[in-house]
Design a protein around this ligand. Sequence first.
Ligand SMILES: [Zn+2]
Length: 338
Amino acid sequence: MPVLQSVRANPAAAAAAPGAYAPVPPTAIGPQIPAKGYLVQEIGKRLYWLTDGFYQIMFLVTERHHGQGRRVIVVDAPPTLGGNILRAIEEVAPGARISHLVYSHHHADHIGAAAKLRDASLPNPVIIAHEQTAHLLKRVPESSRPPLPNRVVSSSYRLEVGDQVLELHYKGPNHTPDNLFIHAPRQRVLNVVDIVYPGWVPFRNLVVSTDIPGWINAHDQLLEFDFTTYIAGHLTRLGTRQDIKIQQEYLRDLEYYGRKAITEFTDVGPLFAKYPDNPWAVFKEYLDILTQTTADAVTPAWTSRLGGADVFTYDNAWTMVESLRLDRGVLGPFGTRP
Ligand SMILES: [Zn+2]
């Protein structure tokens, strides 16, 4: 109980009480998750979408072939789904074996349950990932490291298993240095993780992406693919091409108002006077003002359009402002001294 009491005493926790945030718009709400803890749906020819309402993946099942068992290609293994991935496969394709496991990127919240899938399948599945993923996973302590890939992709790779096809494409760093675009051309489904959040604003700090211009550009790259359904890896529902365009519109607003805040707030003299011996305090307050100005301009128009606009727009504005400064050279009063 002492732990719970200390949480209650924490003002940050109190601020997050129910009712502290705007109601979630209907467009952010997905299908009901059954009591068993997951929902599995066929959304294309033997291509299944599996979700627990927080994380989501897809898997593809091959057709039955003269006495050969059916095989399954699974993309990602989020720990929150864990053993439910095996249960969902058994539910829709009894007796089918996982022959291939594809990693979208190296983040543990998306592939942390991979060992569970590998160990449940004999012979062990082929594990496919970008070459950077293999490199990044080697840094993870062995005790918590997902199995290393045994087939690596550098730019493009076509995987054919029975009558199922998956095309993997690497387009440079965005959310992470190793994020793959995973396309099922026959079902016109595109699975790219941690770029767009259908119905929701992006996770805080623009998904804590390592390359913000690359991550913003990835939205255009998504739209270059032939697809009707987008699997985002996260949250409540499937996505469409329209969801990608809506998130682009949100980002354009953040960029426009972020740029405006930087160029209009020029008088930093009072901040230097307020903290004469503390440059970090000057700079924190300067960035906080820009971030708050941007968030105040963007949030009201978006709370009825995307879930969590009032939850994460401040953090997203902070990252957009910092990317404008560092990646685009919009430096305002900290530009080149005359
Ligand atoms: Zn990630």
